[in-house]
Design a protein around this ligand. Structure first.
Ligand code: NAI
Length: 721
């Protein structure tokens, strides 16, 4: 066997190595953590395919990645920012389609040897390859996440995916954007073979040789997909049913706010009329989607979260300390959640509560979270057992002598928080960091009895901890940069988007959410029906309505938060009468089986509890408030408070405010967050509307001075648009 190393002419991202007539092409985009299709890379691929067509010494090609855990992450999303018209985007899609066609029709078979994530344009490329082998490794996933950016696959993906995995599998992938693990990909027919990472190259070379010699087919006949596929996918009538159901489900899920999933369905359907129609529709719809407001906001969020990943949370050059061992105080709802995500990342955890029975409950909760991951095959049994064994329980501080970080999640009670802080500081190492998971109490107050206030900060997780993607790190003027950097770095390790905010009652997220929830409460005080209000906010784009959320969070918890915020900010943020009355009736929400809604024995919501109306200020007399007014009042209350947080320096940037609101408290992603929303609507319009409501409900809607100033000067939060 001869192996000659050479670099393709003018190439930077692609390296070609000839092995017995098989060109092994290594894709490794210089200076980037991931491989993506930049215009330069596309040119290099073009040159390579030209060469493969000409050079008869090449018998086959194998495409591998030079990055450790990424195959191809997709198109270069920066490019989308340069698109200004649907026509430009359509042309970009046609160009992508032609390039993939060229790959498919290459004189020699091209084999994709996939290790790591293969997403978006990467998936479209491998679909155009003659054969796909993937490694059986947790990092190897395939997916079409375009809808998450408000787009659709635009390089033939909407056409090749259904032909490869069948109609229903393809729609599921493209409508959800979910990642498919390699094993599942094999079952679906998305890949042809699954191998251990250590033999990927060897097997790929072998198969390339067989492909070149015609011993195996370029495209395998699709495996039998059962009777359902025959009925539903292989007949026009069956497909009609599938398309109709997909459309109905999509509309139910998106409330019509996201056009891209519907465009996916239309592009796929066109492909069943004819190949030409399919590709033409894909390009046209890609063009249309690329310039929607939704796509702009979702792409902004993508960039914002990418930038946040690189943000260390401090302006000074300090190195974060390693966190190998974590102490958690309070094995309740949040404490056990935090212990679970820490164990998933290999951290040793000591979980402390006041009584054994509660420790046991906390350990059981950790077990359940990990068990769910095992059931979903996200981890192996071995990993499950390893992770579980990392978490130990205690009722004293045994094991805390060697922790690197403590997260306190005891009851929301300042005296108790002071007591446990003092107890913990007496035991933990001098350089360990102490974080409170309080949702409202200012960190400076919690730090009052601390011997080392420079090591105290807030790490505000959201529930359920293993599902919610945000972590709000709260720093006081005394918090040392190394403590902040450590909390931020560890939060990222736990897989969270981490924003750093300055201290204050309710920080950023709780305070802005309180403004929103209060407004919902006032609407109830006025007499709007509970379900109408919830429906209005879901229609606006929130994942659940505010009253449902109140029941979920717990009316007792909401009540406490409301009082702290009221005390801190006065009349402007006074809680509603309705919440106080329902709470006084002894209702706590879903956890108590009784709140604004009724719950069945299994805890499932079972409609508005009509008896609750007797408790409300207007009794059973319900009034109608226009949907738009409900939406505006709740949203503007939140937006106005978010701007106040920026103006007071609680927030470091509008970007952090948008990420915090979208990932922490459910602000509709397609509206970009409170600051992007304001830019889209126009500060002057927001102020005008706030003034109208201020006239009716003073002092609640007094516009934040910063907004007034922006309305006057015509400035935007994001000058670049
Ligand atoms: P929880 O009531 O489920 O858990 C609190 C736990 O602290 C209980 O197990 C209790 O036994 C334990 N505890 C009491 N005294 C203790 C002591 N001396 N030493 C150790 N443990 C002790 O409460 P939850 O919901 O987990 O809240 C904990 C903290 O997290 C609160 O500060 C809350 O404001 C905050 N938080 C809660 C969120 C939620 O959605 N529930 C969201 C974000 C923050």
């Amino acid at each position: 066997m001869t192996a000659v190393n050479e670099v393709a002419a003018g190439a930077r991202a692609l390296t070609v190595e000839m092995v017995d007539g098989i060109a092994v092409v290594t894709f490794d985009l210089p200076g980037e953590p991931v491989n993506k299709f930049t215009p330069g890379v596309l040119e290099e691929f073009g040159t390579l395919l030209d060469r493969a067509d000409r050079d008869t010494s090449i018998r086959a090609m194998v495409l591998v990645s030079g990055k450790p855990d990424i195959f191809i992450a997709g198109a270069d999303i920066d490019q989308f920012l340069t698109i200004h018209t649907a026509r430009d985007a359509e042309a970009m899609s046609r160009d992508g389609q032609q390039r993939m066609d060229r790959l498919e029709k290459c004189r020699v078979p091209v084999l994709a040897a996939i290790h790591g994530a293969c997403l978006g344009g990467g998936l479209e490329a491998v679909l155009a390859c003659a054969y796909r082998i993937a490694t059986d490794h947790p990092k190897t996933v395939l997916g079409a996440p375009e809808v998450m950016l408000g787009l659709i696959p635009g390089a033939g993906g909407t056409q090749r995916l259904p032909r490869t995995v069948g109609l229903r599998g393809a729609l599921d992938m493209m409508l959800t954007g979910r990642n498919i693990r390699a094993k599942k990909a094999l079952q679906m027919g998305l890949i042809d073979e699954l191998v251990h990472p250590s033999i990927l190259r060897e097997v790929a070379l072998d198969r390339a040789r067989q492909l070149a010699e015609g011993k195996i087919k370029r495209t395998r006949a699709r495996k039998s997909r059962g009777a359902a596929a025959l009925v539903l996918e292989d007949t026009p009538l069956g497909r009609k049913v599938v398309f109709r159901q997909a459309r109905e489900q999509t509309l139910k899920k998106t409330h019509g706010h996201y056009p891209a999933p519907l465009a996916v369905i239309d592009a796929v359907r066109a492909g069943y009329e004819s190949r030409e129609r399919g590709f033409a529709e894909e390009a046209r719809l890609f063009g249309e989607m690329a310039v929607t407001d939704q796509a702009r906001q979702l792409i902004f969020l993508f960039f914002a979260t990418t930038a946040l990943k690189k943000d260390r949370g401090v302006d000074v050059p300090v190195e974060p300390l390693p966190v190998d061992k974590l102490g958690v105080l309070g094995a309740g709802f949040m404490g056990s959640g935090i212990a679970s995500v820490a164990a998933m990342q290999g951290t040793v955890v000591r979980l402390k509560d006041a009584e054994y029975s509660r420790v046991a409950k906390g350990l059981k909760a950790v077990h359940d979270v990990l068990r769910e991951r095992l059931a979903k095959k996200q981890i192996s049994r071995r990993q499950f057992e390893d992770q579980l064994s990392l978490v130990g329980g205690t009722i004293d501080y045994s094991g805390f002598q060697s922790v690197d970080l403590v997260v306190e999640a005891v009851f929301e009670d300042l005296a108790l928080k002071h007591r446990v802080l003092e107890e913990a500081e007496a035991v933990i190492p001098g350089d360990a960091i102490y974080a409170s998971n309080t949702s409202t109490i200012p960190i400076a107050r919690i730090a009052e009895p601390s011997r080392r206030p420079e090591q105290v900060l807030g790490m505000h997780f959201f529930s359920p901890v293993h599902k919610m993607p945000l972590l709000e790190v709260i720093v006081t003027p005394r918090t040392a940069p190394v403590a902040t950097a450590t909390a931020v770095a560890y939060g990222k390790k736990l897989g969270k988007h981490v924003i750093v905010v300055n201290d204050g009652p309710g920080f950023y997220t709780t305070r802005t959410l309180a403004a929103y929830m209060n407004e919902a409460g006032y609407l109830l005080d006025e007499g709007v029906p509970i379900d109408a209000l919830d429906r209005a906010m879901v229609e606006f784009g929130f994942p659940v309505g505010p009253i449902t959320l109140m029941d979920e969070v717990g009316l007792d918890v909401g009540g406490k938060v409301g009082l702290v915020i009221h005390e801190a900010f006065g009349e402007r943020l006074a809680p509603s009468e309705s919440l106080a009355r329902v709470l006084a009736d002894g209702r706590t929400g879903r956890k108590g089986g009784k709140g604004f809604y009724r719950y069945d024995a299994s805890g499932k919501k079972a409609g508005v509890d009509q008896s609750v109306y007797q408790l409300l200020p207007t009794g059973t007399n319900r009034v109608e408030v226009p949907v738009v007014e409900m939406q505006q009042r709740c949203t503007l209350a939140m937006v106005n408070e978010a701007v106040r947080c920026l103006e007071e320096g609680i927030l470091r940037s509008p970007r952090d405010g948008d990420i915090g609101a979208v990932f922490g408290i459910g602000f509709p992603p397609f509206r970009g967050g409170p600051f992007r929303y304001t830019d889209a609507v126009g500060a002057a319009n927001v102020v005008r509307q706030l003034e109208v409501y201020h006239g009716r409900f003073a002092p609640r809607f007094a516009p934040a001075p910063m907004l007034v100033e922006m309305a006057r000067s015509g400035k935007r939060f994001y000058p670049e648009g």
